[in-house]
Write a protein that binds this ligand. Structure first.
Ligand SMILES: Nc1ncnc2c1ncn2[C@@H]1O[C@H](COP(=O)(O)OP(=O)(O)OP(=O)(O)O)[C@@H](O)[C@H]1O
Length: 263
């Protein structure tokens, strides 16, 4: 039987460690809670373990140590109830695959269909509404590879909306996206927060961090988690997003790029 959520859909993870089969320790002893109705930024350098943490949260990989829950549900229970949606990084997708934008968004409905996968009226309606929300209705017949970087992100965001997932993880949604699209995505995320979703966004790009959360205008990310193999700092964005914390997280990179954010 499907277990129903009786607690807020917070993403809780405790003492998570992930060692890959080649012996690489990608994530060490990470614990946190991402609250329902908030936007949390997961910020750290390339290779810092953001995607690994996402995959552990989504249940795509089993942590070596530690556990994840979504409110009172296990990850697999939350997955079965279609509560979890994932917007992947561009390089995780086969863009040559012969599917249209409409088809990709319809995949968000597969979990609700039987094995014949015949879409109902409701499935079609939700797909069209999701395409409208990301402004891609006119592109719905395009092959997915024939979209710009920003349009591709929006297509996968529409898939997440069509799925009606309450917990949404976005892996690097601003990479390769122009400023206008970035703003559109942010506006949509703010609406989703108001609708009570749990939103976790990863980014490694200091320039994009500066636009979405410069020192003096911590825009929309309520909370920030700084990750470099382990959680180095976390909390309310204004307090966490300090020069000292960023230098610690991005240590090894030219610190000019960190300094620029604060000037
Ligand atoms: N399947 C794998 N097998 C072995 N090592 C891996 C695997 N996937 C990732 N790694 C390694 O684990 C570390 C963390 O990688 P991960 O992809 O989680 O980082 P990230 O913060 O998401 O980086 P990016 O911003 O580049 O996406 C890296 O050193 C990476 O090379």
């Amino acid at each position: 039987m499907m277990k129903t959520p009786t607690q807020p859909l917070n993403i809780n993870f405790e003492n998570l460690s992930v060692t890959y089969s080649n012996g690489k320790l990608a994530l060490y002893n990470a614990s946190s809670s991402v609250k329902q109705g908030s936007i949390t930024a997961l910020v750290g350098p390339n290779g810092g373990g953001k995607s690994t943490l996402f995959k552990a949260i989504m249940g795509f990989l089993k942590p070596t140590v530690g556990k994840v829950s979504i409110g009172n549900l296990s990850v697999s229970e939350a997955q079965k109830s279609q509560l979890m949606a994932y917007v992947p990084q561009a390089d995780e997708v086969d863009w040559d695959f012969p599917v249209s934008v409409f088809d990709v968004v319809m995949m968000g409905r597969y979990g609700y269909m039987n094995f014949l996968r015949i879409p109902s009226q409701k499935d079609r309606r939700l797909v069209m509404e999701s395409l409208e929300r990301v402004n891609l209705v006119d592109f719905r017949h395009r092959q997915i590879g024939e979209l710009s970087g920003g349009q591709k992100k929006r297509a996968f965001l529409a898939r997440a909306l069509a799925q009606e997932g309450k917990v949404i993880l976005l892996d690097e949604p601003f990479t390769g996206v122009d400023v206008k699209t970035e703003k559109n995505i942010i506006d949509l995320l703010i609406q989703l927060r108001e609708e009570g979703h749990t939103i976790l966004i990863s980014t490694h790009d200091l320039a994009s961090i500066a636009t979405f959360c410069g020192h003096r205008r911590c825009g929309y990310a309520d909370r920030t988690i700084l990750l470099n193999r382990t959680i180095l700092a976390e909390g309310v964005t204004e307090e966490t997003f300090t020069e000292e914390n960023l230098t610690m997280t991005f240590g090894g990179l030219p610190m000019n790029s960190v300094k620029q954010i604060f000037n």
